[in-house]
Design a protein around this ligand. Structure first.
Ligand SMILES: Cc1ncc(COP(=O)(O)O)c(C=O)c1O
Length: 323
C-alpha cells in the first residue's frame, strides 16, 4: 500500500521529513558553510517508472563542491547514489520531482573557519514542475549585481552562502517585472543566469561562457553540448562572451536542472532574433525532455530508474536499479 508519509535522509538515517531539523547553532546555518546539489526525477506514466537524470554526475559534482569547502564523508559516490535512490523509493512519488542532497558543517560553534568542524549530510525530495511557472520563453535583463568571483566564493562549487548573490540579482529582476536576469562577472563578461547557464546561437553554432567565467559547470550545459554535436551536428564554442553579443544573437536559451532548456526572447527590452522560440533552442528543448523522461532508449545510460520493477507490474525493469 502507498505510504503518504514523506522521508528525508538526515545525518545517517531515513527519518520522517518533519523530523529532519538542525539547531540554530549549526555552523552552516550561521555562516552558509554548506553545499548542495539539485537533481530532477522524471515520472514516466507509460513505463510506470521514475527516472533520475545523470545522478552519478550530480553526486560527483557534489564531491567536488565538498572538496572546496573541506567537507568530509565516509560515503563513496556509489553509496550516496544508492541513498538517493532509496529515498526516492521510500517517498513513492509518481510525479516529476526535485531532489536536494546537501553536505554541511554541522558543528555547534561560533567561529568562522572550515577547520575542526564535523560534516553531516542530508537528502530531501519534493514534487516539482515547471521552474518558470509555465512561461514558455523568458524576458530578462542584465543585472546590476556582479557574479561572485572565484577568489571570493568559487561559483564552480554549489556553495550555499554564494546563493545570496543569486537571490539579490533575481529579486531585483523579478521586482522590475522580468522573468530572470543575466549576471556579468566583475570584468564585464557574461557569466550565467540565476541558477542556469546561458547559450547563444549565432550563425548556426552555439556559444557559451567558458568554465572560468564564474559559472557553475552545469550538467544540463554539458548534456546540451553533447546533444547539439551528436544529434544536430552543431558545435559549441566555450569562450568569453560580451554583453552586446546577447543583443545580436539569433537565439538565446538557458540550461539547468530546474529550468531544463528554456528559451529567452528578450534581453534589456531588446527582442532576440524574431522574438519567437528559435529552431535550435526549440528542438534541443524538446529532445532534452524526451531523453529525461526515458522516451529515447539511446540515452537510457543517463537515467537511473527508481523502482526495481515498474510500479504495479511484475516484470523486471529493463535497466539496473543500481546507479
Ligand atoms: C548557479 C548555477 N548555475 C548553473 C546551474 C545549472 O547547472 P545544472 O545544469 O547542473 O543544473 C545551476 C543549477 O544547478 C546553478 O545553481
Amino acid at each position: 500500500m502507498e505510504d503518504s508519509k514523506k522521508y528525508a535522509f538526515f545525518e545517517g538515517d531515513f527519518v520522517p521529513l518533519e523530523d529532519a531539523k538542525v539547531s540554530i547553532m549549526t555552523h552552516a546555518f550561521m555562516y552558509g558553510t554548506a553545499i548542495f546539489e539539485g537533481i530532477r526525477a522524471y515520472w514516466n506514466e507509460a513505463h510506470q517508472q521514475m527516472y533520475l537524470f545523470r545522478l552519478r554526475e550530480h553526486i560527483e559534482r557534489m564531491w567536488d563542491s565538498m572538496k572546496i569547502l573541506q567537507l568530509e564523508t565516509k560515503y563513496s559516490v556509489d553509496e550516496f547514489c544508492e541513498i538517493v535512490v532509496e529515498l526516492m523509493r521510500r517517498n513513492q512519488y509518481k510525479t516529476d520531482s526535485y531532489i536536494r542532497p546537501s553536505a554541511y558543517k554541522a558543528g555547534l560553534k561560533i567561529g568562522v573557519t572550515l577547520e575542526d568542524c564535523p560534516t553531516e549530510m542530508s537528502v530531501l525530495s519534493v514534487p516539482f514542475g515547471s521552474y518558470f511557472k509555465g512561461v514558455p520563453a523568458l524576458k530578462v535583463i542584465v543585472s546590476s549585481w556582479r557574479r561572485v568571483e572565484d577568489n571570493a566564493i568559487p561559483a564552480r562549487g554549489k556553495i550555499v552562502g554564494a546563493y545570496v548573490n543569486t537571490a539579490l540579482a533575481k529579486a531585483d529582476a523579478v521586482r522590475s517585472g522580468f522573468d530572470d536576469c543575466i549576471v556579468l562577472s566583475e570584468d564585464g563578461h557574461v557569466s550565467e543566469g540565476t541558477g542556469m547557464n546561458i547559450f547563444l546561437v549565432k550563425h548556426g553554432h552555439l556559444i557559451t561562457p567558458c568554465n572560468t567565467a564564474n559559472i557553475l559547470e552545469g550538467i544540463t550545459r554539458r548534456t546540451v553540448m553533447e546533444l547539439a554535436e551528436s544529434e544536430y551536428d552543431v558545435k559549441t564554442y566555450c569562450r568569453e562572451v560580451d554583453r552586446s553579443e546577447l543583443y545580436i544573437a539569433d537565439e538565446l536559451f538557458y540550461t539547468g536542472t530546474a529550468a531544463q532548456v528554456t528559451p529567452i526572447v528578450e534581453v534589456d527590452r531588446r527582442t532576440i532574433g524574431d522574438g519567437k522560440v528559435g529552431p535550435i533552442a526549440g528542438k534541443i528543448a524538446e529532445r532534452y525532455i524526451a531523453i529525461c523522461r526515458g522516451e529515447v532508449p539511446a540515452y537510457h545510460h543517463w537515467l537511473t530508474p527508481v523502482y526495481k520493477q515498474a510500479v504495479g507490474q511484475k516484470s523486471q525493469a529493463k535497466m539496473s536499479a543500481k546507479p
